[in-house]
Design a protein around this ligand. Structure first.
Ligand SMILES: [Zn+2]
Length: 127
């Protein structure tokens, strides 16, 4: 049933979870256009927003066979997530991928997360 008031929800591009933003949506003309819970777009969930604030970017592994590429990149809605996610510091990401990471999330092919986990193990066992 639609109403003129709804609870805003967004979808996290990192984990793909829908979450409440705490914002109340109002149809300005008071028409009953809103679902009780209405998804308005993409945003980081509280957990992943915190990691981004701390300087981490999320590498989300997706299946290149099942994801849709647009101009060489994958949009969040077209990513077929394998469920594996790695968080690495922006500076580390820059070193590995040789680009400045300006987005909190990057979609990567299978194998990249494995590689990073091995690298991080190497760093921690070194001391
Ligand atoms: Zn999330």
């Amino acid at each position: 049933m639609k109403s003129h008031v709804g609870m805003e929800q967004k979808v996290c591009p990192v984990c793909g979870q829908t979450f409440d933003t705490g914002t109340i949506l109002l149809d300005k003309r008071l028409r009953n256009t809103l679902e009780r819970k209405t998804v308005t777009g993409w945003d980081l969930c509280p957990e992943h927003a915190k990691l981004w604030e701390k300087g981490y970017i999320a590498l989300v592994e997706c299946d290149p066979e099942k994801s849709k590429f647009t101009g060489g990149t994958i949009k969040p809605e077209d990513a077929y997530r394998t469920g594996r996610i790695a968080h690495i510091r922006k500076a580390v990401a820059k070193r590995i991928f040789n680009v400045e990471m300006t987005s909190p999330v990057a979609f990567v092919e299978p194998g990249v997360v494995d590689m990073l986990e091995k690298m991080q193990e190497g760093e921690t066992s070194g001391d």
